[in-house]
Design a protein around this ligand. Structure first.
Ligand SMILES: [Zn+2]
Length: 272
């Protein structure tokens, strides 16, 4: 028996239904479910490289780091913003969900509140989606790009975008008229002690997380606290950030522990 989903066909934009082994649209396009339960909806024309997105080493580092609970307080703050939505049933999309850490937290929050929810996660990294789908069976995952969301128009109550690329046109298309867009981005003090170790003059973090005219800012909050990193997790943190592409890992050698500030901005937007 096939079930309705929020996914749409990347070829023809018709609704995708989920069968036992594949997703399919009314126009005869079908997409096989991978063994882990995810579906690849990324068309070759929408991707520049063979394996886009974060690589496996970055993913493993991020997974270990997040499992250490360093971002739990931030994650809880994001979930607070999801919960106030009025409807009894909440359809959530995490656009750029990585390995599903924040979606899992959202699922638990909503479950604790006794709210019905359907959760979807997409990411351009197949390794991330494969891992997420293997770990969180109650969430639907697809490999896809934030610039071509394979999601039905005006279907999403709450769209999460946490440190991921923002595509205003697509975000606006998939959100319901009363839906919320929750964007999280680093604030100016984010990881400042780590940046000071890596750069002589750390470049300032500019204004992040803003949206264009199609959205209005409903509210904004800041989450700042200190984390205490072991040398192992310091390295994981380095490897999961863009710093690892520019800075020298050896600068972190011999550091046993580090007290480091985290500084997050959480923006809640609504469509104009
Ligand atoms: Zn189709």
């Amino acid at each position: 028996m096939a079930s309705e989903t929020l996914f749409q066909c990347p070829n023809c934009a018709a609704a995708l239904k989920q069968g036992d082994k594949q997703y399919f649209c009314a126009n005869g396009h079908s997409f096989d479910l991978a063994k882990q339960g995810y579906v690849n909806l990324l068309l070759p024309r929408d991707t520049g490289s063979a394996a886009p997105g974060d690589n496996r080493e970055m993913l493993r580092s991020r997974r270990e780091f997040l499992d250490g609970g360093y971002y739990a307080k931030f994650s809880a703050a994001v979930c607070q913003e999801i919960a106030p939505s009025k409807s009894s049933r909440v359809d959530i999309l995490d656009a750029g969900c990585g390995e599903g850490y924040y979606l899992r937290a959202a699922a638990e929050t909503l479950q604790d509140m006794g709210r019905q929810a359907a959760l979807y996660g997409i990411d351009v990294s197949k390794s991330a989606i494969r891992y997420a789908a293997g770990r969180y069976k109650q969430i639907r995952f697809a490999v896809a790009s934030n610039y071509h969301l394979p999601i039905r128009t005006r279907s999403v109550d709450c769209l999460l975008c946490i440190f991921a690329p923002r595509c205003e046109a697509e975000f606006s298309r998939v959100l319901k008229p009363e839906g919320n867009l929750i964007v999280a981005a680093p604030g100016p003090r984010h990881l400042v002690q780590l940046r000071e170790l890596l750069y002589e003059c750390p470049p300032p973090i500019g204004e992040r997380g803003t949206m264009g005219d199609g959205f209005r800012l409903a509210r904004q909050s800041n989450v700042r606290y200190e984390i205490f990193l072991t040398s192992h997790d310091l390295l994981n943190l380095f490897l999961m950030t863009p710093f690892s592409r520019h800075a020298d890992k050896q600068l972190l050698e011999g550091i046993d522990s580090l007290a480091c500030e985290v500084d997050f901005r959480i923006f809640v937007y609504q469509k104009r």
